[in-house]
Write a protein that binds this ligand. Structure first.
Ligand code: BGC
Length: 376
Protein backbone atom coordinates (compact mmCIF):
# COMPACT_ATOMS: atom_id res chain seq x y z
CA UNK A 1 0.00 0.00 0.00
CA UNK A 2 1.32 3.42 -0.79
CA UNK A 3 -1.26 5.88 0.50
CA UNK A 4 -2.60 6.86 -2.94
CA UNK A 5 -6.35 7.34 -3.40
CA UNK A 6 -8.07 4.31 -4.89
CA UNK A 7 -9.36 4.75 -8.44
CA UNK A 8 -12.57 2.78 -8.11
CA UNK A 9 -15.47 5.23 -8.26
CA UNK A 10 -18.42 4.39 -10.49
CA UNK A 11 -17.40 6.76 -13.31
CA UNK A 12 -13.88 5.35 -13.44
CA UNK A 13 -15.21 1.81 -13.36
CA UNK A 14 -17.60 2.53 -16.23
CA UNK A 15 -14.76 4.03 -18.22
CA UNK A 16 -12.52 1.00 -17.63
CA UNK A 17 -15.38 -1.36 -18.51
CA UNK A 18 -16.04 0.47 -21.79
CA UNK A 19 -12.35 0.29 -22.69
CA UNK A 20 -12.33 -3.43 -21.93
CA UNK A 21 -15.28 -3.94 -24.27
CA UNK A 22 -13.60 -1.83 -26.90
CA UNK A 23 -10.39 -3.84 -26.47
CA UNK A 24 -12.28 -7.02 -27.27
CA UNK A 25 -13.73 -5.38 -30.38
CA UNK A 26 -10.33 -4.14 -31.53
CA UNK A 27 -8.81 -7.58 -31.11
CA UNK A 28 -11.70 -9.29 -32.89
CA UNK A 29 -11.57 -6.80 -35.74
CA UNK A 30 -7.91 -7.52 -36.41
CA UNK A 31 -8.12 -11.28 -36.17
CA UNK A 32 -7.94 -12.84 -39.62
CA UNK A 33 -10.39 -15.59 -40.66
CA UNK A 34 -7.40 -17.96 -40.33
CA UNK A 35 -7.30 -17.23 -36.58
CA UNK A 36 -4.08 -15.16 -36.76
CA UNK A 37 -4.02 -11.86 -34.88
CA UNK A 38 -2.30 -8.90 -36.53
CA UNK A 39 0.17 -7.25 -34.16
CA UNK A 40 -1.12 -3.83 -35.27
CA UNK A 41 -2.96 -2.77 -38.41
CA UNK A 42 -1.33 0.61 -39.02
CA UNK A 43 2.29 -0.34 -39.74
CA UNK A 44 3.11 -2.60 -42.66
CA UNK A 45 5.85 -4.36 -40.68
CA UNK A 46 3.29 -5.15 -37.93
CA UNK A 47 0.69 -6.63 -40.27
CA UNK A 48 1.85 -10.10 -39.30
CA UNK A 49 1.00 -12.48 -36.52
CA UNK A 50 3.63 -13.02 -33.86
CA UNK A 51 3.51 -16.15 -31.72
CA UNK A 52 4.47 -14.04 -28.70
CA UNK A 53 1.93 -11.24 -29.11
CA UNK A 54 -0.73 -13.68 -30.25
CA UNK A 55 -0.31 -15.99 -27.28
CA UNK A 56 -0.76 -13.13 -24.83
CA UNK A 57 -3.74 -11.89 -26.85
CA UNK A 58 -5.34 -15.36 -27.02
CA UNK A 59 -4.83 -15.80 -23.29
CA UNK A 60 -6.53 -12.48 -22.57
CA UNK A 61 -9.42 -13.28 -24.93
CA UNK A 62 -9.82 -16.69 -23.34
CA UNK A 63 -9.93 -15.13 -19.86
CA UNK A 64 -12.44 -12.56 -21.10
CA UNK A 65 -14.75 -15.36 -22.29
CA UNK A 66 -13.93 -14.87 -25.98
CA UNK A 67 -13.14 -18.53 -26.27
CA UNK A 68 -13.72 -18.93 -30.00
CA UNK A 69 -11.24 -16.20 -30.80
CA UNK A 70 -8.62 -17.73 -28.51
CA UNK A 71 -9.23 -21.23 -29.86
CA UNK A 72 -8.92 -20.02 -33.46
CA UNK A 73 -5.52 -18.46 -32.80
CA UNK A 74 -4.21 -21.45 -30.89
CA UNK A 75 -5.34 -23.73 -33.68
CA UNK A 76 -3.70 -21.49 -36.26
CA UNK A 77 -0.44 -21.93 -34.34
CA UNK A 78 -0.94 -25.69 -34.37
CA UNK A 79 -1.11 -25.62 -38.16
CA UNK A 80 1.91 -23.33 -38.45
CA UNK A 81 3.98 -25.71 -36.33
CA UNK A 82 2.66 -28.99 -37.77
CA UNK A 83 3.62 -27.85 -41.25
CA UNK A 84 7.17 -27.37 -40.01
CA UNK A 85 7.83 -30.60 -38.11
CA UNK A 86 10.36 -31.72 -40.73
CA UNK A 87 12.21 -28.44 -40.31
CA UNK A 88 12.21 -29.03 -36.54
CA UNK A 89 13.44 -32.62 -37.00
CA UNK A 90 16.32 -31.46 -39.19
CA UNK A 91 17.30 -28.62 -36.82
CA UNK A 92 17.19 -30.90 -33.78
CA UNK A 93 19.26 -33.62 -35.52
CA UNK A 94 21.92 -31.10 -36.44
CA UNK A 95 21.98 -29.61 -32.96
CA UNK A 96 22.40 -33.08 -31.46
CA UNK A 97 25.21 -33.80 -33.92
CA UNK A 98 26.95 -30.61 -32.78
CA UNK A 99 26.57 -28.92 -36.18
CA UNK A 100 26.21 -25.15 -36.40
CA UNK A 101 22.88 -23.76 -37.57
CA UNK A 102 22.41 -20.63 -39.57
CA UNK A 103 20.01 -18.12 -37.92
CA UNK A 104 18.00 -18.03 -41.16
CA UNK A 105 17.07 -21.71 -40.75
CA UNK A 106 15.20 -21.34 -37.45
CA UNK A 107 11.45 -21.20 -37.12
CA UNK A 108 10.26 -17.63 -37.54
CA UNK A 109 8.84 -15.43 -34.84
CA UNK A 110 6.06 -13.96 -37.01
CA UNK A 111 4.06 -15.24 -39.96
CA UNK A 112 1.67 -13.81 -42.50
CA UNK A 113 -1.94 -14.48 -41.53
CA UNK A 114 -2.02 -17.38 -44.01
CA UNK A 115 0.76 -19.04 -42.01
CA UNK A 116 3.54 -18.35 -44.48
CA UNK A 117 6.92 -16.84 -43.67
CA UNK A 118 7.73 -13.37 -44.86
CA UNK A 119 10.92 -12.94 -46.87
CA UNK A 120 11.33 -9.41 -45.51
CA UNK A 121 14.52 -9.07 -43.47
CA UNK A 122 13.66 -9.48 -39.76
CA UNK A 123 15.17 -10.73 -36.49
CA UNK A 124 13.27 -13.95 -36.95
CA UNK A 125 15.17 -16.21 -34.63
CA UNK A 126 13.27 -15.89 -31.34
CA UNK A 127 12.26 -18.75 -29.08
CA UNK A 128 9.98 -17.18 -26.51
CA UNK A 129 6.86 -17.23 -28.69
CA UNK A 130 7.04 -21.02 -28.93
CA UNK A 131 7.06 -21.33 -25.14
CA UNK A 132 4.31 -18.71 -24.92
CA UNK A 133 2.13 -20.71 -27.30
CA UNK A 134 2.32 -23.84 -25.13
CA UNK A 135 1.61 -21.81 -22.02
CA UNK A 136 -1.44 -20.09 -23.54
CA UNK A 137 -2.73 -23.32 -25.10
CA UNK A 138 -2.65 -25.27 -21.87
CA UNK A 139 -4.24 -22.46 -19.86
CA UNK A 140 -7.01 -22.06 -22.42
CA UNK A 141 -7.89 -25.75 -22.65
CA UNK A 142 -7.92 -26.06 -18.86
CA UNK A 143 -10.02 -22.90 -18.49
CA UNK A 144 -12.71 -24.02 -20.92
CA UNK A 145 -12.63 -27.62 -19.73
CA UNK A 146 -11.52 -28.88 -23.14
CA UNK A 147 -8.78 -31.22 -21.99
CA UNK A 148 -10.22 -33.80 -24.36
CA UNK A 149 -8.91 -31.60 -27.18
CA UNK A 150 -5.32 -32.27 -26.06
CA UNK A 151 -4.79 -35.11 -28.51
CA UNK A 152 -5.40 -32.80 -31.48
CA UNK A 153 -2.46 -30.72 -30.38
CA UNK A 154 -0.12 -33.52 -29.30
CA UNK A 155 2.07 -33.61 -32.40
CA UNK A 156 2.51 -29.81 -32.51
CA UNK A 157 3.21 -29.76 -28.75
CA UNK A 158 5.77 -32.52 -29.21
CA UNK A 159 7.53 -30.71 -32.09
CA UNK A 160 7.59 -27.47 -30.12
CA UNK A 161 8.99 -29.23 -27.07
CA UNK A 162 11.72 -30.99 -29.04
CA UNK A 163 12.70 -27.68 -30.63
CA UNK A 164 12.84 -25.85 -27.29
CA UNK A 165 14.69 -28.69 -25.51
CA UNK A 166 17.33 -28.65 -28.24
CA UNK A 167 17.79 -24.88 -28.47
CA UNK A 168 16.89 -23.37 -25.09
CA UNK A 169 20.48 -22.32 -24.38
CA UNK A 170 21.24 -21.23 -27.94
CA UNK A 171 21.47 -17.42 -28.33
CA UNK A 172 18.48 -15.82 -30.00
CA UNK A 173 16.82 -12.42 -30.29
CA UNK A 174 14.92 -11.30 -27.20
CA UNK A 175 11.24 -10.46 -26.96
CA UNK A 176 12.09 -6.98 -28.27
CA UNK A 177 13.76 -8.62 -31.28
CA UNK A 178 17.20 -7.39 -30.34
CA UNK A 179 20.56 -8.69 -29.06
CA UNK A 180 20.57 -11.92 -31.05
CA UNK A 181 23.91 -13.02 -29.61
CA UNK A 182 22.63 -13.46 -26.06
CA UNK A 183 20.58 -15.92 -24.02
CA UNK A 184 17.81 -13.85 -22.47
CA UNK A 185 16.32 -14.47 -19.07
CA UNK A 186 12.75 -13.51 -20.05
CA UNK A 187 13.02 -15.82 -23.07
CA UNK A 188 14.14 -18.64 -20.78
CA UNK A 189 11.13 -17.98 -18.57
CA UNK A 190 8.80 -18.38 -21.58
CA UNK A 191 10.58 -21.55 -22.68
CA UNK A 192 10.35 -23.03 -19.18
CA UNK A 193 6.64 -22.20 -18.96
CA UNK A 194 6.07 -23.95 -22.27
CA UNK A 195 8.19 -26.98 -21.42
CA UNK A 196 6.47 -27.40 -18.07
CA UNK A 197 3.23 -27.74 -20.03
CA UNK A 198 4.78 -30.16 -22.56
CA UNK A 199 6.17 -32.33 -19.76
CA UNK A 200 2.60 -33.28 -18.84
CA UNK A 201 0.91 -33.32 -22.23
CA UNK A 202 -1.10 -36.48 -22.94
CA UNK A 203 0.00 -38.16 -26.15
CA UNK A 204 3.51 -36.69 -26.11
CA UNK A 205 6.08 -39.53 -25.87
CA UNK A 206 7.52 -40.12 -22.41
CA UNK A 207 11.09 -39.41 -23.54
CA UNK A 208 10.10 -35.96 -24.80
CA UNK A 209 8.09 -35.28 -21.65
CA UNK A 210 11.02 -36.22 -19.44
CA UNK A 211 13.44 -34.12 -21.52
CA UNK A 212 11.03 -31.19 -21.20
CA UNK A 213 10.83 -31.61 -17.41
CA UNK A 214 14.58 -31.81 -16.94
CA UNK A 215 15.13 -28.80 -19.22
CA UNK A 216 12.83 -26.75 -16.98
CA UNK A 217 15.06 -27.64 -14.02
CA UNK A 218 18.20 -26.86 -16.06
CA UNK A 219 16.77 -23.44 -16.96
CA UNK A 220 16.03 -22.59 -13.33
CA UNK A 221 19.55 -23.63 -12.27
CA UNK A 222 21.13 -21.71 -15.12
CA UNK A 223 19.19 -18.51 -14.42
CA UNK A 224 20.01 -18.65 -10.72
CA UNK A 225 23.69 -19.21 -11.57
CA UNK A 226 24.22 -16.80 -14.50
CA UNK A 227 21.15 -14.61 -14.66
CA UNK A 228 21.48 -12.86 -11.31
CA UNK A 229 23.64 -9.90 -10.36
CA UNK A 230 23.53 -7.81 -7.18
CA UNK A 231 20.62 -9.92 -5.98
CA UNK A 232 18.33 -9.25 -8.97
CA UNK A 233 17.69 -10.84 -12.35
CA UNK A 234 19.47 -9.42 -15.37
CA UNK A 235 18.43 -9.10 -19.00
CA UNK A 236 20.73 -11.82 -20.37
CA UNK A 237 22.92 -14.52 -18.91
CA UNK A 238 26.25 -13.13 -17.80
CA UNK A 239 25.09 -9.52 -18.22
CA UNK A 240 24.35 -6.73 -15.79
CA UNK A 241 21.57 -4.73 -17.48
CA UNK A 242 17.97 -4.60 -16.38
CA UNK A 243 14.98 -4.97 -18.65
CA UNK A 244 11.30 -4.66 -17.82
CA UNK A 245 10.63 -7.92 -19.69
CA UNK A 246 11.99 -9.55 -16.52
CA UNK A 247 8.48 -8.97 -15.11
CA UNK A 248 7.38 -11.84 -17.35
CA UNK A 249 9.52 -14.19 -15.23
CA UNK A 250 6.82 -13.85 -12.56
CA UNK A 251 3.74 -12.78 -14.53
CA UNK A 252 2.70 -14.77 -16.44
CA UNK A 253 5.44 -17.37 -16.73
CA UNK A 254 6.03 -18.12 -13.04
CA UNK A 255 9.68 -19.06 -13.46
CA UNK A 256 9.79 -17.52 -9.99
CA UNK A 257 6.87 -16.73 -7.73
CA UNK A 258 6.03 -13.00 -7.65
CA UNK A 259 7.02 -12.80 -3.97
CA UNK A 260 10.27 -14.70 -4.44
CA UNK A 261 12.96 -12.38 -3.04
CA UNK A 262 14.71 -12.53 -6.41
CA UNK A 263 11.60 -11.17 -8.16
CA UNK A 264 10.95 -8.57 -5.49
CA UNK A 265 14.56 -7.36 -5.79
CA UNK A 266 14.26 -7.31 -9.59
CA UNK A 267 11.12 -5.18 -9.57
CA UNK A 268 12.57 -2.79 -7.04
CA UNK A 269 15.75 -2.48 -9.13
CA UNK A 270 13.61 -1.72 -12.20
CA UNK A 271 11.54 0.90 -10.46
CA UNK A 272 13.79 3.97 -10.22
CA UNK A 273 14.60 4.30 -13.93
CA UNK A 274 12.13 2.19 -15.78
CA UNK A 275 8.83 1.86 -13.96
CA UNK A 276 6.91 4.94 -12.79
CA UNK A 277 3.33 4.38 -13.93
CA UNK A 278 4.48 4.04 -17.51
CA UNK A 279 7.14 1.40 -17.93
CA UNK A 280 10.16 1.67 -20.23
CA UNK A 281 11.72 -1.44 -21.72
CA UNK A 282 15.35 -0.73 -20.79
CA UNK A 283 17.53 2.28 -20.24
CA UNK A 284 19.32 2.28 -23.62
CA UNK A 285 16.09 1.87 -25.62
CA UNK A 286 16.07 4.22 -28.63
CA UNK A 287 13.14 2.65 -30.52
CA UNK A 288 10.71 5.55 -31.09
CA UNK A 289 12.81 7.49 -28.57
CA UNK A 290 12.40 4.89 -25.82
CA UNK A 291 8.87 5.63 -24.67
CA UNK A 292 6.70 4.03 -22.01
CA UNK A 293 5.09 0.76 -23.03
CA UNK A 294 1.40 0.23 -22.36
CA UNK A 295 1.66 -3.55 -22.13
CA UNK A 296 4.47 -3.35 -19.59
CA UNK A 297 2.55 -0.85 -17.48
CA UNK A 298 -0.35 -3.34 -17.41
CA UNK A 299 1.92 -6.29 -16.59
CA UNK A 300 3.34 -4.29 -13.69
CA UNK A 301 -0.25 -3.92 -12.47
CA UNK A 302 -0.78 -7.68 -12.71
CA UNK A 303 2.46 -8.17 -10.78
CA UNK A 304 1.15 -5.74 -8.12
CA UNK A 305 -1.97 -7.87 -7.78
CA UNK A 306 0.14 -11.00 -7.45
CA UNK A 307 2.02 -9.49 -4.51
CA UNK A 308 -1.17 -8.13 -2.96
CA UNK A 309 -0.76 -4.40 -3.74
CA UNK A 310 -4.22 -3.90 -5.20
CA UNK A 311 -4.13 -0.10 -4.95
CA UNK A 312 -0.95 0.05 -6.99
CA UNK A 313 -2.61 -2.19 -9.58
CA UNK A 314 -5.61 0.17 -9.87
CA UNK A 315 -3.20 3.00 -10.50
CA UNK A 316 -1.51 1.03 -13.25
CA UNK A 317 -4.93 0.42 -14.80
CA UNK A 318 -5.70 4.11 -14.61
CA UNK A 319 -2.38 5.01 -16.21
CA UNK A 320 -3.00 2.62 -19.09
CA UNK A 321 -6.60 3.75 -19.64
CA UNK A 322 -5.51 7.40 -19.66
CA UNK A 323 -3.39 6.64 -22.74
CA UNK A 324 -6.22 5.38 -24.92
CA UNK A 325 -6.88 7.80 -27.79
CA UNK A 326 -10.20 9.28 -28.93
CA UNK A 327 -11.04 5.96 -30.64
CA UNK A 328 -10.20 4.04 -27.49
CA UNK A 329 -7.14 2.66 -29.20
CA UNK A 330 -4.10 1.80 -27.13
CA UNK A 331 -0.70 2.29 -28.74
CA UNK A 332 2.45 0.25 -28.31
CA UNK A 333 4.19 3.05 -26.48
CA UNK A 334 3.64 6.69 -25.57
CA UNK A 335 6.08 9.53 -25.91
CA UNK A 336 5.29 11.70 -22.88
CA UNK A 337 8.49 10.62 -21.17
CA UNK A 338 11.19 9.54 -23.59
CA UNK A 339 14.55 8.10 -22.59
CA UNK A 340 16.16 9.20 -25.88
CA UNK A 341 14.03 11.95 -27.44
CA UNK A 342 16.55 12.53 -30.24
CA UNK A 343 15.79 9.11 -31.65
CA UNK A 344 12.04 9.59 -32.06
CA UNK A 345 12.03 11.34 -35.45
CA UNK A 346 14.27 8.75 -37.05
CA UNK A 347 11.76 5.97 -36.33
CA UNK A 348 8.77 8.07 -37.30
CA UNK A 349 10.45 8.75 -40.64
CA UNK A 350 11.34 5.11 -41.12
CA UNK A 351 8.03 3.46 -40.16
CA UNK A 352 5.49 6.24 -39.55
CA UNK A 353 3.69 6.83 -36.24
CA UNK A 354 4.20 4.17 -33.54
CA UNK A 355 1.92 1.13 -33.72
CA UNK A 356 -1.70 1.83 -32.74
CA UNK A 357 -3.87 0.04 -31.90
CA UNK A 358 -1.40 -2.58 -30.70
CA UNK A 359 -3.42 -5.70 -29.95
CA UNK A 360 -0.94 -6.84 -27.30
CA UNK A 361 -1.50 -3.56 -25.39
CA UNK A 362 -5.25 -4.11 -25.48
CA UNK A 363 -4.76 -7.70 -24.31
CA UNK A 364 -2.71 -6.72 -21.29
CA UNK A 365 -5.20 -4.01 -20.37
CA UNK A 366 -7.99 -6.61 -20.59
CA UNK A 367 -6.09 -8.95 -18.28
CA UNK A 368 -5.46 -6.30 -15.67
CA UNK A 369 -9.02 -5.00 -15.90
CA UNK A 370 -10.40 -8.53 -15.57
CA UNK A 371 -8.31 -9.31 -12.52
CA UNK A 372 -9.27 -6.08 -10.76
CA UNK A 373 -12.92 -6.25 -11.74
CA UNK A 374 -13.12 -9.74 -10.25
CA UNK A 375 -11.95 -8.30 -6.94
CA UNK A 376 -14.61 -5.61 -6.67
C1 BGC B 1 8.38 -5.52 -30.26
C2 BGC B 1 8.02 -6.99 -30.10
C3 BGC B 1 6.65 -7.27 -30.69
C4 BGC B 1 6.52 -6.71 -32.10
C5 BGC B 1 5.09 -6.80 -32.60
C6 BGC B 1 8.23 -5.13 -31.72
O1 BGC B 1 8.52 -3.78 -31.87
O2 BGC B 1 9.68 -5.29 -29.81
O3 BGC B 1 8.00 -7.32 -28.74
O4 BGC B 1 6.44 -8.64 -30.71
O5 BGC B 1 6.90 -5.37 -32.12
O6 BGC B 1 4.21 -6.19 -31.71
Amino acid sequence: MNGRAPVRDAAARARFGALAQRSIEVIRRHQAPSGAYLAAPNLSVYRYSWLRDGSFIADAMSRAGEVESAAAFLDWCRGVIERRTEQVDALVRRRQAGEATNPAEFLHTRFAVDGRESDEEWSNQQLDGYGAWLWALSAHLARVGADSESHRFASAVEATARYLVAFWDHPCYDCWEENGGQVHVATLAAIAAGLRVASEWPGVPGTVRQAAASTVQAIIRRVRADGVRDGHLVKWLGGSELDASLLFCAVPYRLFEPDDPLMVATVSALSPDLAHGGVHRYRADVFYGGGEWILLAAVLGSYDIAIGDIDAAWHQLEWVAAHADENDHLPEQVSGHLLHPDSLAEWQERWGPAARPLLWSHAMFLDLYGELHARL
